[in-house]
Design a protein around this ligand. Sequence first.
Ligand SMILES: [Mn+2]
Length: 323
Amino acid sequence: MSIKSSVNPEQGDLAFTRDSDRGIIPEASWAGALSFMRRRYTKDLTGVDVAIMGVPFDLAVSSRSGTRLGPRAVRSGSSHIAWSNPWPWENDPFEQLSIIDYGDCEFDYGYPDKVPGEITAAAKGVLDKDTALLSIGGDHYITYPLLKAHVEKHGPLSLVQFDAHTDTWEDEPGRIDHGTMLWHAINEGLVDPSRSVQVGIRTHNPNPMGMNIIDAIEVHKTGPNAVAEKIRTIVGDHKAYVTFDIDALEPASAPGTGTPVIGGLSPYQAQEIIRSIVGINVVGMDLVEVSPAYDISEITAIAGATLVNDLLCLYAASPAGQR
Ligand SMILES: [Mn+2]
């Protein structure tokens, strides 16, 4: 299909009018509604395989806030790549699966204590329809209420976490913090640490809580393919949730985030690791911590959007993605 022949001014904004949830339609992707990858915007999950949901929550950050604008920024970043299928993947999630933009999870910022339950409920609403969920944050705290919903459906999960920080610092029950949510998740048995792995770490934590850690130095020294092999061995055939904190990337490649740490992964390293763990059984995904106020030229937003596409490819190639 040529770009010229597919542009149809009569059809209107494809985020509302496209008649199929499959495929990439060459179009003026810089215009119209900011749906992720110009997917159809809808709350109707009939026949939908994957819903993309924004979670614009940033009340749990320890440093610079602003990730509540992350979902909107990642959608905007995706508009620059929405004219093409993900490269260099051989499988195409947009052909294989029905993928829609579910809009954002809604909550009242004035009742922060209620938000975790509302995020879990929104995720459950999707998973109960037998639709898989890819969430866009928001700060990394959101992974905890999202995990609750996924574990309710799938049982305890392996976690594959890309991050500069372990997010397992000790806390007290009930506190909302983007650096401790995995302390809660592991203590509550949502995550099986022996089958989980944290990649790209470059901060100290006295208690790793049994999680396998592949720090950034190991990634740089051994390379993405060796790292991927290690991840596959750790996760095995367990059901896995993949969470990508954009601060796993080197800040030069992702300046728009709240808690940057230098020495991080290059986009190539992160993408090559994701491409090389194809076959693990991914049942849920998120990408978090994009904070557009600190971004430059949409570097972080475009990286985030591209990594979301890579996660969709990974899901489409996983056993759970065979629909
Ligand atoms: Mn994190």
